[in-house]
Design a protein around this ligand. Structure first.
Ligand code: ATP
Length: 356
């Protein structure tokens, strides 16, 4: 395929996943028409519903097919009937590990007109990019259990940190900071996690010498949580490990206005494998089928996907459309949103088409 044709696998998934993905696709296609690119989509039936029906999470043959796409878009996977861990480990973590999606990219940006729980916070003070290491840390699954179910049970869960893994995400962080406000914060807990923390700290220090224009700071994860709420303007690019990143990005989602607005990319910077884009929220079974889901996170994830595919103008169109439509809502999701998921998707697609 040439540069202006892109093949994207669509895993709409469960719950509100298909509802919000439909809106993202409308926006993508509207942008394609306007900018002169085509996105060829192929749906993949994966997630909780498929698992319950067939017992399959991610067959090897499907993973092989997915590897051939330019990118993957996910809506949300998970149903209450599927025990926790099965889809996370069997689908999401497996794709992250097997496709070397070692950067979890999470922009945390307060858009104008979006209510935030932080009183007095203005958009000019909240624009950061969290880079969460996505393939190591406590998520690799090493550890074990002894004497299970007895009063003497022992459980260990190890955090794996390699120089290779830390260096590649830290380097990505410096590169991102070069294109932003030249500021990078390492978030860790070096005073307690002394071995892993030392590896992260030294790696950042060594790479910093190659990026003399970038101001480098360090924040313990607990202090960072405090400052993300009280002084988010302190942060530009934040680089952190898998577990800390998981936690602080949910805090960030709250600061930027809620789960319905938080987008993410799981990036393989070398482009050996397709990168994967998904809203941070889950399948939200409590609001499925009601038209209460805010599709903004899905559309903003699609914008990140377009950006990754080199369709920068298309990505900007999607972002501007979302930024224009959100202030017209009565709430950022739920029964009192003031428009249905579908209506919002139409408004976003129209705003993309009408943008001049
Ligand atoms: P998980 O898969 O993370 O266990 P979940 O589906 O139970 O997730 P989340 O998606 O994290 O939960 O969302 C928590 C709640 O926030 C949902 O139950 C829902 O009420 C609300 N929510 C999530 N996404 C949206 C959205 N896009 N629009 C409106 N409300 C949402």
């Amino acid at each position: 395929m040439d540069q202006r044709n892109h093949r994207v696998a669509i895993i709409a998934g469960d719950g509100i996943g298909p509802e919000v993905t439909d809106q993202a696709l409308k926006a993508i296609h509207a942008a394609g028409e306007k900018c002169g690119f085509r996105i060829h989509t192929e749906p993949y039936d994966l997630g909780g519903t498929r698992y319950l029906a067939t017992g399959e999470v991610l067959p090897d043959s499907v993973e092989e097919e997915l590897a051939g796409f330019d990118a993957i878009l996910i809506g949300a996977v998970g149903t209450p009937e599927v025990p926790p861990g099965i889809l996370e480990r069997g689908l999401l973590l497996r794709l992250r590990f097997d496709f070397e999606l070692y950067v979890n990219l999470r922009p945390i940006k307060l858009l104008p007109g979006v209510p935030t729980p932080i009183a007095g916070l203005t958009p000019d003070r909240c624009d950061m990019l969290v880079l969460r290491e996505n393939t190591e840390g406590p998520y690799v699954g090493t550890g074990g259990v002894l004497r299970k179910g007895t009063p003497a049970e022992v459980a260990t869960q190890e955090s794996v940190n390699t120089r290779f893994g830390v260096e590649r995400i830290v380097r990505y962080g410096f590169e991102q900071a070069m294109g932003r406000r030249l500021h990078l914060t390492l978030c860790h807990k070096t005073n307690v996690l002394i071995y892993a923390g030392d590896l992260w700290d030294r790696t950042v220090g060594e790479l910093a010498e190659q990026y003399p224009d970038i101001k480098v700071e360090y924040a313990h994860v607990d202090a960072l949580c405090l400052h993300m709420v009280t002084q988010p303007e302190r942060f530009d690019v934040i680089v952190t490990d898998n577990l800390f990143g998981d936690i602080i990005t949910d805090l960030g989602a709250a600061v930027q206005g809620g789960m319905g607005l938080a987008a993410s990319g799981n990036i393989n910077p070398e482009r050996t494998y397709p990168s994967l884009f998904e809203p941070v929220h889950g399948s939200a079974p409590d609001i499925v089928g009601r038209g209460w889901a805010n599709p903004a996170a899905a559309v903003l994830s699609a914008a990140m996907c377009l950006d990754h595919l080199g369709e920068v103008e298309g990505a900007t169109l999607l972002e501007e459309a979302v930024a224009g439509v959100l202030p017209t809502l009565k709430s950022m999701g739920g029964p009192d949103m003031g428009a249905s998921t579908d209506q919002l998707g139409d408004r976003i697609a129209t705003a993309v088409a009408d943008n001049d």
